[in-house]
Design a protein around this ligand. Structure first.
Ligand SMILES: Nc1ncnc2c1ncn2[C@@H]1O[C@H](COP(=O)(O)OP(=O)(O)OP(=O)(O)O)[C@@H](O)[C@H]1O
Length: 881
């Protein structure tokens, strides 16, 4: 406080303080007298000198005063001689400003601190004047003292601290909310998984082996696999949870499945899990290793090389899903992980040795496609061109092709090339590949002709621009290029699966550099392709995971060949209902007219009896050893499928839904191609007698699973209901009785009669009622006013008009709300689906309360006005106005 006061006084006297305090801690030593600044501002000459005595009775030090540039010295040897202040003669205001503080000839008589400070300042000024004989002119620089600065700093720190605490509190609340939601979702997913454990339906492959036959009669082999990586630490920390369940096939005669449990939040804030499944040739879970993947899908490709077939293995998936980890391994972490490429190289050299007689030679090239350009990773990232020769063969001109004689040599070269890759750190991945990397191993015959080619491709991540978190032009350009090339690749693969090769139909290889360079790898006489769709299990990446699986599904979803099997459309036709002989009850419509059902079996696959194939379907347990255990429970997926399949869902894709509100599940109500997946809890509920004869949605509220937020909401609704009842009572009490009867004064000027049709209003608020009750609410209040005097009449009439207008508006709102309400109940009755009634009711009631409160205020205001009017009239009558 003292310091502040000092500062205040300092300001008043325009003393500019220096930086350090005196011994008392609130004086600043070394002030510069700026009196002259203030004084000289007025432009007048010095006309008044006022005495200021030193504190503690000490004689004031001598001081130098400036009067319009002239200085005069006061001697300290004259103690009674007053110190001087300079007041410009021409400024009366300045005189007044300074005079009161030095009015008393003895400043010690001034007991208030302000005076003391003024005195002190005066002394300091003088002292300073001694120290600084030549004060700076026109310098207005009020520096706060150290203490004041310290206080300011403390204040600032305190505010920051509070802000931090508030933020932490909000964050904690959010986290608690999130963790609650996560726990609920995880619980539901686990419930589904436990069901799946015993009831996974596995589709049988139509052919065994990799080869199929295209519509054009060519051998086509495309295998599509899915690899799920483990949840990363970063994802776990951000409340992500595992939404992917892999159900690998136990034998090669059945397809594997991957289930994606998509967390959903409906408009009414209900949490649901929608489970979709996809069939693939292989599904690798989070515990699978690169070696297992190589053994399952890589090794057959290497073997094919020595038979003269081209092999291509590429990893596709969103950024950070593990493509590079799969193809090139990871060098980070405690133990480096070998990529599939290394296993390929090892096996290739091992197998080559067994072909000694053929004198095969191995060469390799490594390049990347970045931003639509090709760069040689074995040639210092030199840009190379892609050209087509006269035969239509694609040549990468200027690409280094290194001949290698040993495995070590090969691995070293690859490592060097790998280090040249374009990577960058993005939000999703610290070492994100920004390009498609293509590593090719070429096996030459002894006459240097090419026997076969193995292409290992680490594709750039899909969804690049959104995932990278960058909005720069560069990243957008990268994203566009990547997605363009990925789309082109998919289209080429699909076209190849139909036509066999580009001679029988158009295969859009020229659509991108990626497809151009992969042309010969994909179109060789016996080309074999394996697509590994890498997925992240994180709930935060659900959308991307589904996109990846759809992409992979499209690649797999061929009209002919190995992957042409479409279980979704065939099963139901063969198994119309559950029974002891029927192993599954998945209900899907069989479209007999659809061409897509005509499966061309691969060579060697003689099983053309689709019915018998379906019979062999198994129910297997993904996590148990007893993979072929058939389950008699056929009622898991109820069969009521009369509508056509949902168009946006792919054929191989199935959807289940598990609702958070388990008692609301109606198994008979299904949207097309969507199954309600019943949890055990639901089943038991359904098995019981109806818990309440009242089937209204309100009756179901008590049986719901409530989140804390919902409980609060419901409490509010209850509060709202009570309040609205009270409001109605109050309005009724206010307005039902004519004011003229209750107010004697008013009777003398007229009467105001407000009659609300409360019964009607009550009925409206007491929904639910019959859905056909569409009678709109008529204005419920009739107000009439009579006033004896014309002046009163005008005034009253005006307020009455206003009131009536507002009343009409209020009634209109009530009517509108009632319609909404009615619609809501109609919807509930029609769909029998759960609708979060409390939320909507709360909304409606809140609005109604607002309307009624406003109306109540209006009535009160009007009554007040009427009373005033009456009072004025009485006064006027009494002649007192
Ligand atoms: N199966 C797995 N097991 C353990 N860690 C994995 C697995 N798959 C991926 N990872 C880890 O996840 C991170 C991202 O993987 P990776 O770099 O391979 O992703 P990517 O799909 O190549 O991404 P981008 O497209 O951005 O290059 C790496 O740290 C990697 O080690």
């Amino acid at each position: 406080m003292r310091a502040l006061k000092t500062r205040q006084n300092t300001d008043e006297t325009n003393v500019s303080n220096s930086s350090h305090d005196d011994s008392e801690g609130y004086y600043d030593s070394g002030p510069t007298i700026n009196n002259e600044v203030n004084l000289n501002k007025s432009g007048g000459s010095t006309s008044l000198l006022r005495p200021v005595r030193g504190r503690m009775g000490l004689p004031p030090p001598s001081a130098i005063f400036k009067t319009n540039g002239k200085s005069s010295e006061l001697s300290s040897e004259e103690p009674n001689k007053p110190e001087a202040l300079i007041i410009p003669s021409s400024s009366a205001s300045n005189k007044e400003e300074v005079t009161p503080r030095f009015k008393s000839s003895d400043p010690l008589a001034n007991s208030n601190s302000g005076s003391k400070n003024a005195l002190s300042n005066g002394r300091k000024e003088i002292g300073q004047a001694q120290k600084s004989p030549i004060p700076t002119r026109n310098k207005v620089n009020v520096n706060p003292s150290k203490t004041a600065l310290a206080i300011d700093k403390m204040k600032q720190e305190r505010e920051e601290r509070r802000k931090r605490f508030a933020e932490a509190r909000v964050q904690k609340q959010q986290q608690q909310g999130e963790s609650f939601e996560v726990a609920k979702y995880v619980e539901m997913i686990n419930e589904i998984r436990s069901e799946l454990d015993t009831k996974i339906v596995r589709s049988r492959r139509k052919s065994i082996g990799n080869c199929g036959t295209s519509a054009a009669g060519k051998d086509v082999s495309i295998q599509v696999c899915v690899r799920k990586r483990p949840l990363s630490g970063k994802e776990s920390n951000s409340y992500a949870f595992d939404i992917a369940t892999s159900a690998p096939s136990k034998n090669r005669s059945t397809l594997s499945k991957v289930y994606i449990h998509e967390p959903k939040c409906r408009l009414d804030l209900t949490k649901t899990i929608e489970t979709q499944w996809f069939d693939f040739d292989e599904v690798f879970d989070e515990n699978s290793t690169n070696m297992q993947i190589y053994r399952a899908v890589g090794k057959p490709l290497v073997e094919k090389l020595f038979e003269g077939g081209n092999s291509t293995l590429f990893a596709y998936g969103q950024t950070g899903s593990g493509k590079t980890h799969t193809i090139f391994g990871s060098s980070g972490g405690q133990s480096p992980v070998l990529g599939v490429y290394e296993y390929v190289c090892r096996d290739l050299f091992r197998m080559k040795e067994s072909y000694e007689d053929d004198e095969l030679t191995v060469s390799m090239c490594f390049f990347e496609i970045y931003g639509g350009k090709v760069f040689d990773l074995f040639g210092d990232k030199a840009s190379v061109n892609i050209l087509e020769d006269g035969n239509g063969n694609v040549q990468v001109v200027g690409l280094n092709e290194i001949c290698v004689a040993s495995l070590d040599e090969m691995l070293k070269c690859i490592e060097r090339g790998n280090q040249s890759r374009t990577t960058a750190s993005t939000e999703a991945n610290a070492t994100s590949s920004r390009s498609h990397a293509i590593f090719q191993i070429i096996i030459h015959n002894s006459d240097h002709s090419t026997l076969s080619k193995f292409s290992l491709i680490d594709l750039a991540g899909s969804e690049r621009s959104s995932e990278s978190g960058s909005t720069s032009k560069q990243s957008q350009f990268e994203g566009a290029e990547i997605n363009k090339s990925l789309l082109a690749l998919k289209e080429c693969i699909r076209a190849l699966s139909i036509y066999g090769d580009s001679k029988n139909g158009h295969v859009p290889f020229r659509a991108s550099k990626l497809t151009q360079v992969l042309r010969d790898a994909l179109t060789g006489p016996r080309s074999n392709t394996v697509v590994i769709a890498n997925i992240s299990p994180s709930s935060l990446s659900c959308e991307h995971t589904l996109n990846t699986l759809r992409y992979a599904g499209r690649v797999k979803d061929l009209k002919s060949g190995t992957m042409a099997y479409n279980p979704g459309k065939k099963i139901n036709k063969q198994y119309p209902g559950p029974g002891p002989e029927t192993p599954t009850s998945i209900s899907e419509e069989h479209d007999e007219n659809s061409d897509e059902d005509q499966i061309t079996l691969s060579s060697g696959d003689t099983d053309s009896d689709e019915f018998s194939n379906v019979k062999e379907e198994e129910l297997v347990t993904p996590n148990s050893a007893d993979a072929t255990n058939t389950s008699p429970s056929m009622e898991v997926f109820p069969q009521r499928q009369t509508s056509p399949p949902k168009p946006e869902l792919y054929d191989s894709e199935k959807v289940y839904r598990l609702s958070f509100k388990q008692n609301q599940i109606n198994p008979d109500h299904q949207t097309p191609n969507v199954k309600t997946f019943l949890s055990p809890k639901t089943v038991s509920l359904r098995g019981q007698e109806a818990p309440s004869p009242d089937n209204s949605p309100l009756a179901n509220l008590s049986r719901r699973v409530h989140t804390p937020a919902e409980q609060i909401r419901e409490a509010n609704v209850e509060k709202g209901s009570t309040q609205i009842d009270e409001d109605i009572k109050e309005i009724t009490a206010i307005s039902a009785t004519p004011i003229s009867k209750t107010d004697k004064t008013l009777r003398s000027v007229g009467s105001t009669n407000i009659t609300p049709s409360t019964t009607h209003l009550r009925n409206k608020l007491r929904k639910p009622t019959k859905s056909n009750d569409a009678t709109p609410m008529t204005p419920a209040y009739a107000v009439s006013v009579e006033s004896p005097t014309p002046s009163m009449n005008t005034e009253l009439q005006e307020s009455l008009d206003r009131l009536l207008k507002q009343q009409a508006y209020a009634m209109e709102s009530v009517n509108r709300l009632s319609d909404q309400e009615r619609k809501m109940f109609e919807e509930i009755n029609r769909t029998e689906e759960f609708i979060d009634y409390p939320n909507k009711l709360e909304e409606i009631l809140t609005e109604k309360i607002a309307v009624l409160t406003a109306f109540k205020d209006l009535v009160a205001g009007f009554k007040q006005k009427s009373r005033q009017a009456v009072a004025w009239e009485n006064l006027r009558n009494a002649g007192l106005e």
